[in-house]
Design a protein around this ligand. Structure first.
Ligand code: PEP
Length: 248
């Protein structure tokens, strides 16, 4: 059975004081499934230190597709590892929409992350307009295919894939377990066309307004192996409750 994974995407939230309070609460009720916490870059090392002694790992929310050098404002994969991160979220819809990250850029980032030894959480997902046009599976398949051309499924297995319908992110509007399961099953079939073994082993996370109240039903779907959690991960008690719902 694939072990569930729950990742916290704090986005551009937090402060050193808030993070210490979060850590205190999280440490008092350790999660019973594999967990990753992804704070803003500047807090990575605080989180690495604060999570010592827990089973949780630390990840970044983005990284450069370039190797270190004259790229002002960018952060290289090796720097993340040097700061204690072992995971990185790549291709989040907010980066695709607001920072122009194309499928090709996302694929280049995934390749760099893997080459450096980071575990990528590759995000894919359709907009509301694309869903209403009946193009969900086509859009998601294209996003994944461009990555699979550069990084075979067997390599992506080091990380995970997160299906995050854009219309469900931060909106309070969650995909139904059946809607999410249908896309997860399609992703797994696409992976199987390239590598059946990797398809069975790949962890497919769902993201989009997951909360303690809906987590268990989502995670009980056969092809949903945990979640990528935005807003609810900022409240330690809610994140712990979501992790508990993922414990097998
Ligand atoms: C996200 O941004 O990855 C996310 C899933 O956000 P939220 O849980 O707030 O919808």
């Amino acid at each position: 059975m694939r072990p569930n994974l729950v990742a916290a995407n704090w986005k551009m939230n937090g402060s050193r004081a808030d993070n210490q309070r979060w850590l205190q609460e999280f440490r008092a009720a350790p999660a019973h499934c594999e967990t990753v916490v992804c704070p803003p870059f500047v807090y990575l090392q605080d989180l690495v230190q604060g999570l010592v002694g827990t089973a949780a790992s630390v990840g970044a929310q983005n990284m450069s597709d370039r190797v270190a050098g004259a790229w002002t404002g960018e952060v290289a994969a090796e720097m993340l590892i040097d700061s204690g991160a072992s995971w990185v979220i790549l291709g989040h819809s907010e980066r695709r929409a607001a920072y122009g990250e194309s499928n090709e850029i996302v694929a280049a980032k995934v390749e760099r992350a893997l080459a450096a030894g980071l575990k990528p959480i590759l995000c894919v997902g359709e907009t509301l307009e694309q869903r209403e046009q009946g193009r969900t599976q086509q859009v998601v398949a294209e996003q994944l295919q461009v990555v699979l051309q550069r990084c075979p499924a067997a390599q992506l297995l080091a990380g995970a894939i997160a299906y995050e319908p854009v219309w469900a992110i931060g909106t309070g509007r969650t995909a139904t377990p059946q809607q999410a399961q249908a896309v997860h099953a399609a992703i797994r079939s696409q992976l199987a066309a390239q590598d059946p073994g990797a398809a069975v082993a790949m962890r497919l996370l769902y993201g989009g307004s997951v909360k303690p109240a809906n987590a268990r039903e989502l995670f009980s779907q056969p092809d949903i192996d945990g979640g990528l959690i935005g807003g609810a991960s900022l409240v330690a008690a809610d994140f712990v409750a979501i992790c508990a719902a993922a414990a097998r």
